[in-house]
Design a protein around this ligand. Structure first.
Ligand SMILES: Nc1ncnc2c1ncn2[C@@H]1O[C@H](COP(=O)(O)OP(=O)(O)OP(=O)(O)O)[C@@H](O)[C@H]1O
Ligand SMILES: [Mg+2]
Length: 260
């Protein structure tokens, strides 16, 4: 028997903002205003993002869909302080990212955002606990916190295994633990299931979803896979650097029920 994977949907206009609210004083965790990102200039300029206006509420689980080259990774990198906008503003909590100097931006990247990538970016010659402790130490947390983060993703039996000897799903869970040990406000996941099969991918999505919900974290998750969008509170669709669809889903599908 197949369950229809159709969540209740409620369409908002692209770039719907919550009127009359100030960042940092309300639920808006991330606020974009007329934000553009252009790579290069003149004839070779690539307009990766063309005027993004959005308010992402704190605690929202947002899936960003769009074809290859539509700007998903660029959007994540701007929120993560890896790329700076060409024009317009991005505010995360009460910080205007463009207003941060290099030192503040480094602190922001280190303390306030967690990244989970398609390929896990783990250090293969370190064990699971060492990979997570590396980041824990950077932000002033200890090995106990690294251990707790690995336990929260179900890896207490794998702490002392080299990550090169872990399965794809286990490696991605180490990467999630590493992102979460910082206790970031915002978790950025770029194709986190792209290199995993459906079963393992589903369990990784479940881990991200459960932890984000339990801790009230805001999640931006980019994927090509529109089925994954059924578990989101909100789905943004990018095309050629613009938000072409923005839909709220009051009754998202549980991650365990997502199939692809
Ligand atoms: N560092 C860069 N220099 C020049 N152009 C870039 C750079 N990064 C991205 N681009 C261009 O910006 C556009 C958006 O790229 P982006 O990586 O954000 O797309 P994407 O939606 O993540 O694609 P994919 O689904 O393939 O990962 C593309 O045309 C890409 O070629
Ligand atoms: Mg990408």
């Amino acid at each position: 028997m197949t369950e229809p994977i159709v969540a209740d949907r409620q369409r908002t206009g692209p770039g719907t903002a919550t009127p009359g609210r100030e960042p940092g004083q309300d639920g808006a965790a991330i606020r974009f205003r007329a934000m553009t990102k252009t790579f290069g200039s003149g004839e070779v300029a690539v307009h990766a993002l063309r005027g993004i206006n959005l308010d992402i509420e704190a605690g929202q689980f947002v899936v960003v869909l769009g074809p290859s080259g539509s700007g998903k990774t660029t959007l994540m990198n701007v929120v993560g302080g890896i790329e700076s906008p060409t024009s317009g503003t991005v505010e995360v909590g009460d910080r205007d990212l463009a207003g941060l100097d290099d030192r503040q931006l480094t602190a922001y990247r280190r303390d306030d955002v967690g990244f989970v990538f398609q390929f896990f970016n783990l250090v293969p010659t370190l064990t699971a606990i060492e990979n997570v402790a590396l980041v824990a130490e950077l932000v002033g947390e200890g090995e106990d916190d690294a251990r707790a983060a690995l336990e929260s993703v179900g890896l207490s039996e794998r702490l002392d295994h080299f990550t090169s000897a872990l399965s794809g799903g286990e490696q991605q869970r180490v990467a999630i633990a590493r992102a979460l040990v910082k206790s970031p406000q915002v978790l950025l996941c770029d194709e986190p299931t792209g290199s995993l099969d459906a079963d393992v991918g589903r369990s990784v999505l479940g881990v991200i979803h459960r932890l984000a919900r339990a801790r009230g974290r805001t999640v931006l998750l980019a994927t090509h896979n529109s089925v994954i969008a059924t578990m989101a509170d909100r789905v943004l669709r990018l095309r050629s650097g613009e938000v072409v669809d923005d839909v709220l889903q009051p009754n998202p599908v549980a991650p365990e029920e997502v199939t692809w």
